[in-house]
Design a protein around this ligand. Structure first.
Ligand code: HEC
Length: 198
């Protein structure tokens, strides 16, 4: 776990590049000063547009159902929380019916989510001036054992705020961090503790 904060800087940088401003939901304080209720208010303001953006245009190798259906799944985040320290990228996680029971236990070890589990993580940022911007949608799908041993049998996908599927090297851009930091949790990072729905 020790290396995580360093790595998170990298993900954060990637995110800012693909962020899309959304002035209507701006707030009057820096993102890092928001409490859970305030972050939830921003999310309420942003949500419909954020989700509509992800759904726009062809998804190519990503299942359209995945992107269209996840807002109806079980929400694992009580409010949008920013696990990083500065800049404030907020995350909201949804998990499908196949994986919800196991995921929502947030177990620290012996995690065995069933094949067919799908998880979607929305993101947005609120900068130090209170300006809100949309971030990518991060997706994980648990596939049948042995299908992708290199990634712990997880498929990783990413969709930009404008709906464009993002071609990334999922091993270096996603899987390595998940497996290295969360191997005992079956590759799962989980929302920060305060923000978990139980
Ligand atoms: C630097 C480490 C790191 C990298 C790189 C990374 N993630 Fe994550 N990921 C995390 C952490 C930490 C969490 C839990 C954060 C939270 O929800 O508060 C997480 C959570 C997730 C979740 C919710 C399921 C879970 O693990 O609890 C999904 C989906 C996800 N990441 C997808 C991706 C995708 C897709 C990529 C590549 C484009 C990626 N991640 C790259 C660290 C990383």
């Amino acid at each position: 776990m020790k290396k995580l904060p360093i790595y998170l800087g990298g993900v954060f940088a990637t995110l800012l590049i693909s962020a899309t401003a959304h002035a209507a939901c701006d707030v009057d304080k820096p993102g890092y000063e928001l409490n859970g209720d305030e972050a939830e208010s921003v999310y309420d303001c942003l949500k419909a547009d954020l989700q509509a953006g992800y759904q726009e245009g062809p998804k190519r190798w990503i299942s359209e159902d995945f992107v269209n259906d996840y807002p109806g799944w079980t929400k694992a985040s009580a409010f949008p929380a920013a696990p990083g320290f500065h800049g404030g990228r907020f995350l909201v996680t949804y998990v499908n019916a196949i994986g919800a029971d196991e995921y929502l236990k947030y177990k620290p070890e012996d995690v065995q989510v069933p094949a067919g589990t799908k998880i979607a993580k929305e993101s947005f940022a609120i900068n130090d001036d209170g300006k809100v911007s949309k971030g990518p949608l991060f997706l994980m799908e648990k596939v049948r054992a042995g299908t992708s041993p290199e990634t712990g049998d997880w498929y990783y996908m990413m969709v930009a705020p404008n709906g464009a599927p993002q071609a990334v090297n999922v091993v270096t851009a996603c899987s390595e961090c998940h497996l290295e930091n969360f191997s005992e949790q079956g590759g799962l990072g989980y929302p920060v503790e305060d923000a978990r729905i139980r």
